[in-house]
Ligand binder design. Structure first.
Ligand SMILES: *Cc1c(COP(=O)(O)O)cnc(C)c1O
Length: 383
């Protein structure tokens, strides 16, 4: 109705389940990242692995220098929808796809001297900038071995023992990625390890890429220390410095909105939602972690505690125990926060689960359905 302002919040009006990416939240992060670039002269790329909503690329490209990819498809997406610089790193390239990689990427990072020997000359002949990923064997994270590239037996990156100085003549850059949701003290420790082990080679390259895992946009992150590290590397080795965060670009900039389908009892209150941890937020089970839910508390903190679970037949498809001020009822919206990162890129249709629609909430609060999914998206991946 013209002129009528709805008293209801926006999440009451969307069809669930859906991801809603928030422009204001994204801009907040992009301004912080741009500040780091402006003050240090470093270059920041979007790691598409965490967030590939290409609808947002025209906005992100106003701030960041390009994208990085984990292989051909992401590189192609970056080139087609983002432009600027397209970087790619893959633990091992397929010979059959390497020409296509050369057609979309500007900077190609190899995982081992052997990969450089296999593909490096071809990449150089095509005018590409090439780098080698190092593994400084410096674990700075506890608990998440699945996210620690420096864990024993890791295949990610070249250790000093396996480093072959002969390939240095071909390389334009060196790369390392060892962090996950970490502050700049962990980066400082890692850079020290890299300098101790690979110091003599750092001034032989044009760029050093510090990977991702920098939680730069988290409140309390020590940005001045990050900037000192970048400036130190630039000044000491006369290199360009790249960072390629994924998570930090979209931290707290998205939601997964779901509805309660059913309430049950079994020793405790259970709520079945129209969203699934296994299908829509697999990191909740893989990492594992407890996603924030709007207006909720920990179990027993508020008067009504429920175990929130998905509508699949997987017994472990449980998001967690949360408490609320009022009893949950069928149709009530449950809004998961910080759901832009590592969600849309990881969804699946196990159990024939529908994929959540993808919505955009602009800075004025206007909501657009960017993409909706249906039966064909489930069937299309099968035969
Ligand atoms: C995962 C990854 C990133 C991005 O990591 P975030 O934790 O999302 O910042 C960057 N570079 C490489 C090589 C990665 O594997």
């Amino acid at each position: 109705m013209p002129g009528k302002i709805s008293a209801e919040p926006w999440w009451e009006h969307v069809k669930t389940p859906c991801f809603v990416v928030d422009e204001a939240g994204l801009i907040h992060n992009l301004e912080i990242l741009k500040g780091v670039m402006d003050r240090t002269g470093c270059k920041i790329l979007l790691a598409q692995k965490a967030f590939s909503m290409f609808y947002a690329y025209p906005l992100i490209r106003q701030y960041l220098c390009g994208t990085t990819a984990s292989g051909l498809y992401e590189a192609r997406l970056g080139q087609e929808y983002f432009g600027k610089e397209t970087h790619v790193y893959c633990p091992a390239y397929r010979p059959s796809e390497f020409d296509d990689i050369l057609a979309c990427a500007d900077d190609i990072v190899f995982n081992s001297p052997s990969q450089v020997e296999k593909f490096g000359a071809k990449a150089k002949a095509a005018g590409k900038s090439i780098g080698l990923r190092l593994n400084p064997l410096c674990s700075t994270q506890e608990g998440h071995a699945i996210y620690d590239p420096c864990a024993p037996g890791s295949r990610l990156g070249t250790t000093l023992e396996n480093f072959n100085p002969k390939v240095m003549t071909m390389l334009d850059g060196l790369h390392f990625h060892t962090l996950c949701e970490q502050d700049s003290d962990a980066l400082e420790q890692t850079v020290e390890a890299v300098e101790t082990q690979f110091g003599p080679w750092l001034s032989m390259v044009k760029w050093i890429n510090l990977g991702g895992g920098h939680h730069i946009t988290r409140p309390g992150y020590d940005i001045p220390r990050l900037e000192r590290i970048i400036t130190h590397l630039k000044n000491t080795y006369n290199v360009e410095v790249y960072l390629e965060p994924g998570e930090a670009v979209v931290l707290n900039a998205g939601y997964l909105v779901s509805s309660v389908l059913e309430i049950m009892e079994n020793d405790m209150h259970l709520a079945i939602l129209d969203t699934s941890a296994a299908c829509h937020m697999p990191d909740v089970l893989e990492m594992p972690y407890r996603p924030p839910v709007m207006d909720s508390g920990k179990a027993k903190e508020k008067p009504y505690t429920y175990r929130l679970g998905g509508p699949t037949c997987l017994a472990g498809d449980v998001i967690g125990d949360y408490s609320f001020d009022r009893p949950l009822v069928e149709g009530r919206r449950i809004v998961f926060e910080d759901m832009a990162l590592y969600t849309m890129v990881k969804t699946n249709t196990f159990n024939g689960m529908p994929l959540p629609d993808i919505l955009w909430r602009d800075k004025e609060g206007k909501i657009t359905v960017v993409k909706s999914f249906g039966y064909e998206d489930f069937k299309g991946r099968l035969s």
